[in-house]
Design a protein. Structure first.
Length: 172
């Protein structure tokens, strides 16, 4: 079940018949290559961990290390890293760009973040997000079942701050 915020801030189940599905117990009638992935928290973690392990999960090679490196490296030219483009709080800027299917923090001080160099992440609908910080050996997954709201980005960025404040020796 997905939830949305009422005007008073309380959560309620998303209205059946709204533009987004509410029941994910059955396979969707129409697959969406750009969205609509449905999974468990455990499997989402395995996916993120596989990327963090350079394409390997549970002793099995899923992606080549070269593929993960292509995914998690910035491919945008400096002319686009000017703070004018982005999605939500994920604004492309110096030190922060996009690889293939993930956002990439390739220079944390330039990007103004506390993440380790080479951190990559993605966020999705219903308050789902993950990030992999290879410098600090962190893999983080969150799933809050809340359809897009301004609070989702706030929680995402607060989760980064909370994790990094708990590290005893964060590397950069």
């Amino acid at each position: 079940m997905n939830y949305g915020a009422k005007p008073d801030g309380h959560l309620e189940p998303v209205n059946p018949g709204a533009s987004t599905p509410t029941d994910y117990s059955e396979q969707p009638a129409l697959s969406s290559g750009g969205g609509g992935s449905v999974t468990t928290a455990e499997d989402y973690y395995h996916f993120a961990q596989m990327l963090g392990n350079g394409g390997e999960c549970g002793g099995k090679r899923i992606l080549s290390p070269e593929t993960v490196k292509l995914m998690s490296s910035n491919h945008l030219p400096p002319s686009l890293l000017n703070g004018e483009f982005g999605i939500g709080q994920s604004v492309m800027r110096r030190g922060f760009g996009y690889g293939f299917n993930v956002a990439v923090i390739f220079d944390p001080p330039e990007a103004g973040t506390s993440d380790g160099k080479g951190t990559f992440f993605w966020d999705g609908a219903a308050g789902t997000w993950f990030w992999v910080d290879p410098t600090n050996d962190v893999v983080f997954v969150a799933m809050i079942q809340r359809m897009t709201s301004s609070d989702n980005h706030s929680l995402e960025y607060r989760s980064h701050a909370t994790v990094y404040s708990a590290l005893t020796d964060p590397s950069r």
